[in-house]
Design a protein around this ligand. Sequence first.
Ligand code: PLP
Length: 460
Amino acid sequence: MTAVAQAILPNEALWEMDRAHSLHPWTNFGPFEDKGSLVITKGQGCYLWDASGRRYLDAVGGMWCTNVGLGRKDMAQAIADQAERLAYANYFVDVTNDPAARLAAKIAELAPGDLNRVHFTTGGSTAVDTAVRMVSFYHRAKGNPTKTGIVAREASYHGSTYLTQSVGKRNGDRIDEFDYKSEGIWHLASPNCYRRPSHMTEEQFCDDLVAEFEALIAREGADRIGGFIAEPIQASGGIVIPPKDYLRRMWQVCQKHDILFIADEVVTAFGRLGHWFASLDEFGVQPDIITSAKGLTSGYVPLGALIFSDRIWDVMAKGGHRWFTSGLTYSGHPVACAAGLKNIEIIESEGLLEHTRKVGDYFQSRMGELSALPLVGDVRGRKLMLCVESVANRETKAVLPDEANESKRISDICEDMGLLVRPLGHLNVMSPPLVITESEIDFAAEVLEKAIRRVTDDLV
Ligand code: PLP
């Protein structure tokens, strides 16, 4: 088996091994049985290569995560050096390690306001899961034992643990077979301006969304609601850019009722919108807790972090002798934290936030040209997050029937032409590495346009 695993195998042979033994995340069993897809063997910058040597521009950025680009010697070296020096150390209770201590301090320096406290996890789901539990811990410690409920939104994705799947609701109506926790979790409407009721202006829509939150608090009682969680831009739910001032107003409602505001910045932190964190710099909100992962190590190794305020720390720690019973074997993992430190150093030294702000605007305007195509209902995004939404009718915004499968067909054609975009319902989504250049954006826009035109022609 070792010899087989080490030999260089073609796509098909690797797919046979995979199909026989692997259950992938979010597998749709039908198509998976019929056809394998890519076997990726190499990455460099914004590019991936498959086992047959074909190159693809990865406009998806892995899974919203390869921010500083793949194949970097400086990242690999930092990881290797740390693995050799200290690959693992227990980080529980009162033991720390060099990279974990430095990274916590660095994150606290970059995070907005008094978000000076960091709890490391293994990824985004575990960060959000812990954040939701921290909400209960905080309010209980404050003497409000019933203030444990969480308000989230439709079309949100917060992770794949039992609790985070319960809090998120990516598909509106759930498509899957699992049970979820529903007690003490409420979902408000998604702030999707494109899909807002047609008689409303964006301002009226925003008023409506805020009123919905206030009505929920009035109905359920502020003494039962401890936290509100929001991705600043809903990512997997369809690159939902909220109406102007929506997040600030929701935050103000939270402040009025002592509801902690959790900004789920698993996608948006560490550069994707041209800031370390988007909440304050892009949306004017000072969250109580920020959850992050992905861009924190640019996907080189798994790491998540929740960053919370001194105010929360003070309440939780007051009186001492209270256990924060949450921790993972790999919390504060030295190799992951060394990768995080090097990643932040690269973003700083290469000016990738400034680059993202500049190239992100170009990305938006270049892809915005696709909105002239008859199949395209909306092109929306901010900086290096973007989606193209297909519709059957641009006036009514009616979607195509499921059988049209247009976004998958568009992404398949792109793949044949050397571009990876992500099909998601009726959307094609992109979140390229921050190091992407204008000429790579031109290539992506040209290929995507051809693919959309070809699928449009096939549909008529
Ligand atoms: N939160 C958001 C906004 C995400 O997009 C994701 C993953 O895509 C998660 C949480 C979960 O992160 P992870 O997959 O690292 O557990």
